[in-house]
Design a protein around this ligand. Structure first.
Ligand SMILES: [Zn+2]
Length: 172
């Protein structure tokens, strides 16, 4: 494992350290993951998981891209531990469960918590999926900054996606 790796666990740990009592890591059951699609890039060992999330009547898109996925085939001794998923190209792939503790990952979510609090710092630390959203311009100095320690982070929707992937055995 590389020391500068930014894993899902690292992002989650940093989020909790920066915001200890906000419960993002325990998303409420009212958050529903309605669909996850998988864009699979086998030659580069990447899988992009795009989740449709319903939260308090609002739809969000949460994306996690795993950058160090291990693919296995039936002849592989690791095949028994593998898990299948179907890519958006309709092909079935067998992979070792994607790791939250080893390998880099990129994240993004369309919610305000992610865009205004975390996206910029994730961009700086190279764990943002996609482009930097338009910057939030503070209109007032009377409120505390949204992210005083400039921490990378994940919103409750991204945590909910990780939990769903873990329940399905695609992530561990
Ligand atoms: Zn979110």
């Amino acid at each position: 494992m590389r020391l500068d790796e930014i894993t899902i666990q690292r992002i989650a740990t940093d989020t909790k350290r920066a915001f200890p009592n906000t419960g993002r890591e325990n998303p409420p059951s009212s958050i529903a993951i309605t669909r996850i699609i998988y864009d699979v890039y086998q030659p580069t060992n990447q899988i992009r998981c795009e989740a449709s999330v319903m939260s308090s009547g609002t739809a969000y898109t949460s994306i996690i891209e795993f950058l160090n996925v291990d693919f296995v085939d039936e002849n592989d001794t690791a095949a028994q531990q593998g898990v299948e998923l179907i890519g958006t190209n309709t092909r079935t792939y067998r992979i070792a469960p994607m790791s939250v503790t080893v390998g880099d990952a990129l994240v993004s979510c369309t919610c305000e918590d992610f865009r205004f609090r975390f996206a910029f710092y994730n961009f700086q630390k190279r764990c943002l999926y996609g482009n930097l959203p338009p910057q939030y311009v503070r209109r007032t100095q009377t409120r505390p900054p949204a992210n005083p320690t400039k921490s990378i982070g994940m919103c409750k929707h991204l945590h909910a996606v990780v939990n769903t992937l873990r329940r399905e055995g695609k992530v561990r």
